[in-house]
Design a protein around this ligand. Structure first.
Ligand code: AHG
Ligand code: MN
Ligand code: MN
Length: 337
């Protein structure tokens, strides 16, 4: 079978885009370019210290940067050079980054991103990721503004993630299903490997940091106990799997079925994950694959963002599992939240 690269696929599909076809294609291409550079760096993460020796500089005399800062810089640079994006919101930057230069003066899009998700896993050789979300600007001209980012998740025109795992994959949607591409490092191209991805209606895996059990809302506690009970008909007990990189946990559940939960805890009374650049893009992708995503009660994509770094509780995955935990939340936790 002939391989199809990400670039070829995007061009073939651009007729589906509602507007500004070429621009969105180029923007996705720019994200793919930065992803390859980050892939290269992630794969020599252990070497960085050796090359750096003192921890200050590597053999080229460049500063050895923490990988999340490096990833942030790469995605920002690719978007600035690409010219299709008029502002960037990043987990790593308190304020949005306006993009104004010669190439970006007609840019129609803004990009929100988590450049490196699961950063605590970098030093231990466990999968990390990148998450991104694309909106059409609301502001009229010049650099994009905060209001361009404070749109509901339903307004996203594209969203994707990159997982730097045993292989590197880029998975994205433009609202017409979900497609996954695996990086072939020998040719330096993302190749279509997972066309039209769909999540199972009812999986057999639940992913939550159970160490915080004592701090969870009662609805979540009841759901965990439900997952652990024996019931032949629903194939319980379910397996527990928690990587600690949301991208990797949700990617696994997308492929094999399951639910990922990061609820409110006493340490994180609003939840931990960020609405605009973690939960919205992941929800868009999972919904497009036939799954669901809520804050325990309401659909994530309908939430109205009030600030760039806003957090939300997050329940995402196989639709029947998200419904079951929603019923537990309604019954046991409605007053607590
Ligand atoms: P980030 O590395 O971008 O800060 O995100 C880490 C997030 C998410 O990826 C993961 O699911 C969660 O934090 C893990 O948190 P706990 O260690 O509290 O379980
Ligand atoms: Mn993250
Ligand atoms: Mn991050």
């Amino acid at each position: 079978m002939r391989i199809k690269t990400l670039g070829q696929f995007i061009i073939e599909k651009q007729a589906d885009f509602p507007y500004s076809k070429g621009e969105l294609s180029r923007l996705l291409r720019d994200m793919g370019i930065a992803a390859k550079i980050v892939h290269r760096e992630v794969n020599k993460a252990g070497l960085a210290d050796i090359l750096g020796m003192t921890g200050e500089t590597n053999i080229q005399g460049e500063q050895v940067k923490k990988l999340d800062i490096f990833a942030n810089e790469q995605f920002i640079a690719a978007l600035q050079a690409g010219g299709e994006c008029c502002a960037i919101a990043s987990e790593e930057n308190e304020e949005i980054i306006p993009v104004v230069n010669e190439v970006s003066k007609n840019a129609k899009y803004v990009v929100a991103m988590d450049p490196l998700d699961g950063s605590s896993n970098i030093d231990v050789n466990v999968s990390v990721g990148t998450i991104f979300s694309v909106y059409r600007r609301i502001s009229l001209a010049g650099a994009g503004t905060n209001e361009d980012f404070l749109q509901r998740g339903t307004e996203q025109v594209a969203a994707g993630y990159i997982i730097y795992g045993s292989s590197t994959m880029l998975v994205y949607t433009t609202g017409k299903g979900v497609n996954g591409f695996t990086l072939d490092p020998s040719i330096g191209e993302f190749c279509l490997s997972h066309p039209n991805m769909k999540i199972q209606k009812l999986g057999k895996t639940y992913s939550i940091n159970e160490g915080y059990y004592v701090h969870f809302p009662d609805g979540v506690k009841k759901f965990i106990k439900y997952c652990q009970e024996e019931d032949v008909k629903s194939h319980r007990p379910y397996s527990s799997r928690y990587i600690g990189s949301a991208v990797a946990d949700i990617h696994r559940n997308l492929i094999t079925g399951g639910i990922f939960i990061y609820p409110i805890t006493s340490q994180n009374p609003q939840g931990k994950l960020r609405l605009i650049y973690e939960c919205n893009p992941l929800s868009f992708i999972i919904e497009q694959a036939g799954g669901k995503a809520t804050d325990g009660f309401k659909r994530i994509l309908d939430l109205e963002p009030k600030s760039i770094h806003q957090r939300t509780p997050f329940f995402i995955g196989s639709p029947d599992m998200v419904d079951i935990v929603r019923d537990f939340m309604a019954k046991y936790s409605a007053v607590n939240v």
